[in-house]
Design a protein around this ligand. Structure first.
Ligand SMILES: [Zn+2]
Length: 272
């Protein structure tokens, strides 16, 4: 079963958390939607990104990308991905602190700004509920937009990227897969062009030698029944673009032990 692309792209907006997400997970449609909106621009933990990101959006091969100009909270790896707890503002953090406070504040700002910015759109396309490779701010954007879908009467769509870090959370949504998805060819040429712009401005946050998928899929979000045990549905499918990311083979170790691993911490710095 497939969905025509025209259905998803009619009066559509793509909303992403960070600059470079628009090509990493949405290269097939980033030139087709009516508007592209990036939520975060500056970063508490990487202040040097601000300038580079502004320059990158100005020089981007896709013209007219707009931004909410919010500051990233620096919550990457703040959630327990082995036992993920999604909630109305994104994901529950393991510890309280400045980053968690900023994450909550960002949710309030996102809710306020998006409730205006998403008015009049028929289709909103954004991050998936498990945050692609597992980013707490991707999940926050999904949760915030989902909470607005009913009142603003738009259809919500998400992509099919996943990783060894985010798959436990993805499994929670298996019941919601209904085989009714859209598959489109990725735009590697565009992705590489944008990557070069971000690299020149020192704010490309993904692998330099990343090999693009040939296809990516989109699914319309729908509400999973609270109790699906009475009518379980099996055999439904939703292809995943699965990326193995470096979590130091420590995904199953305790948080405390993971914190002690120096090379893991170095990787974290790149994605915060
Ligand atoms: Zn991102």
């Amino acid at each position: 079963m497939s969905v025509p692309a025209a259905e998803m792209l009619k009066k559509s907006i793509l909303v992403v958390a960070h600059p470079d997400d628009e090509v990493l997970w949405f290269s097939s449609i980033v030139e087709q939607v009516d508007q592209v909106l990036v939520c975060f621009l500056s970063s508490r933990t990487h202040p040097q990104w601000m300038d580079g990101r502004k320059k990158s959006l100005a020089a981007h091969p896709v013209k007219g990308i707009s931004s909410l100009g919010l500051e990233q909270a620096g919550v990457f790896d703040g959630a327990d991905w082995g036992n993920p707890q999604p909630c109305e503002y994104g994901m529950r953090m393991i510890r309280e602190g400045e980053a968690q406070k900023k994450y909550l504040e960002n949710h309030r700002c996102l809710l306020k700004q998006l409730s205006t910015r998403l008015q009049g759109y028929q289709n909103v396309i954004t991050h998936n509920p498990w945050g692609e490779y597992g980013h707490e701010e991707h999940v926050q954007i999904y949760q915030t937009i989902k909470s607005l879908a009913a009142s603003l009467s738009f259809d919500l769509w998400f992509s099919n990227y996943c990783s060894n870090r985010s798959y436990p959370l993805m499994l929670n949504y298996l019941r919601g897969f209904n085989s009714d998805y859209l598959s489109l060819p990725t735009n590697e040429r565009l992705g590489e062009k944008a990557k070069t712009v971000y690299q020149e401005n020192h704010c490309w946050t993904w692998y330099d030698d990343y090999i693009w998928f040939q296809q990516e899929c989109f699914m319309k979000d729908w509400d999973v029944p609270e109790d699906s045990t009475t009518s379980p549905v099996y055999g439904h499918r939703f292809p995943l673009n699965f990326v193995r990311i470096d979590i130091g083979n420590e995904g199953r170790k305790s948080k405390k032990k993971r914190r002690k691993t120096s090379f893991w911490r170095r990787f974290l710095k790149k994605w915060e």
